[in-house]
Ligand binder design. Sequence first.
Ligand SMILES: *Cc1c(COP(=O)(O)O)cnc(C)c1O
Length: 369
Amino acid sequence: MTMARFDATAAANPGVRQLQPYQAGKPMDELQRELGLSHVVKLASNENPLGLSEKVRTALQGELSDLIRYPDANGFYLKSKLAELQGVDTHQITLGNGSNDVLEILARTFVNADNEVIFSQHAFVVYPLVTQAIGAKAVAVPASDYGHDLDAMAGAITDRTKMIFIANPNNPTGTFLSTESIKTFLDKVPSNVLVVLDEAYYEYVAEHERAPSIAWLKDYPNLVVSRTFSKAYGLAGLRAGYAVTSAEIADLLNRIRQPFNVNSLSLKAAEVVLDDHDYLQQAIKVNAAGMQQLIEFCQQDGFGYISSHGNFLTIEVGPKAADIYQKLLHEGVIVRPVAGYELPNHLRVSIGLADENQAFIDAMRRISY
Ligand SMILES: *Cc1c(COP(=O)(O)O)cnc(C)c1O
């Protein structure tokens, strides 16, 4: 008998075969090596430009000798702190290796191959990814003016719908849904459908515009709120995020979660950074100033942009976006192409420090004229 070669692609689940690999921002050292550049500015992954909180740095050094031990599987201290901060019970919190992990745990807990999962066109790439990995049907609802069309999303609900993802603000568009519009939507969604409100950029939203999403959990047991330490808290490399839900949902999520999905350093860093109020305030301030700087550039140079509530601005640079992206790389500036999000004429620029934003602006002016 001759053994045929194992055909991995044919053997893989159909949903997985259809997935495109996640396109991460180009790493800085890779670009430096490839092009022999001495200085590179990375504005590609919505990272916090402030650098690590000094309080976190100190705390992490104290943590190193304990790395021979397994992490606290229940994340007791971090959950206690989060519960206090959010006014919920510790049993309502599920920790994740980044909030991406939580989104995947949610899908694996509740969605099966016969289900449909709804999200918006131009929404965060992880939603189709976790949906298709399970073999469920991904239903992308056309956006309205780049943002979620909540009426259309409510209209897309069928008997098979199990989960709806809403990113507020959304990445990569920065679009934002008002408190009233989300509340109206929640009232329309049948109680057997989960609504996952992904608030990765929550801290950047002006206080008076923030939805009282966690307070809504009392009235909507089918609601899930997810947050992250990757953006305003500046811990993207450590991978820490969480979901706040009913205690019943959290109990189920915690059954499927890998026991040590958040490592010791991440637990410690997240716990400490929650007390570093100055760091968060500084991050918000630098972001607001940088946003203004990029908007003024767009206005002066005649580029359209999508009004953003996040820590990035998605700029309409026209049909040569891919070319401009490449030219920016050669100028030592990494931004993010968003053609994969059906935005072929745009580039997403993360807000950096003033001099980093200026480096992008200067590079744009050198290459476009
Ligand atoms: C960055 C981001 C996240 C957070 O990802 P982590 O896994 O927590 O780093 C979640 N949702 C959206 C929309 C994001 O842009």
